[in-house]
Design a protein around this ligand. Structure first.
Ligand SMILES: [Cu+2]
Length: 99
C-alpha cells in the first residue's frame, strides 16, 4: 500500500512538473498594442501573434490595449511579435517581460 501511494505521488508530481505551463523555457510578455479602433481589431492582432512559431497562447484585450503572449524561449521573440503586429497594421511595444 505504501508503494502504491508513492507511485501515485510520483505520477501527480510528474503531471504538475511537466505540464505545459511549467515546461522549461516558456515565457510570457505583455505588449501594448496601439491602433485597435474597434472590437474586430482584436482577433486580427490575436491571429497575427498566434501564427508565429513558438507562440503558445495569445490573449488580446481591446479594453486594456494589451496583448498577453506565452511563448517558447528561443523559438519566438518579442521583436518578431512586434513585427507581426505591425504587419497586421497596428503598433506594438513591450510593456512587461514576465520571466
Ligand atoms: Cu477594428
Amino acid at each position: 500500500m505504501k508503494f502504491l501511494l508513492s507511485v501515485f505521488a510520483l505520477v501527480v508530481f510528474s503531471f504538475v512538473a511537466f505540464s505545459p505551463l511549467h515546461a522549461e523555457g516558456l515565457k510570457s510578455v505583455t505588449l501594448t498594442v496601439e491602433g485597435m479602433t474597434c472590437r474586430l481589431c482584436t482577433p486580427a492582432v490575436k491571429k497575427a501573434l498566434s501564427s508565429l512559431e513558438g507562440v503558445k497562447s495569445v490573449d488580446v484585450s481591446f479594453k486594456k490595449k494589451e496583448a498577453h503572449v506565452e511563448y517558447e524561449e528561443g523559438k519566438a521573440s518579442v521583436e518578431g511579435m512586434i513585427k507581426a503586429v505591425e504587419e497586421a497594421g497596428f503598433r506594438a511595444s513591450l510593456k512587461e517581460d514576465n520571466r
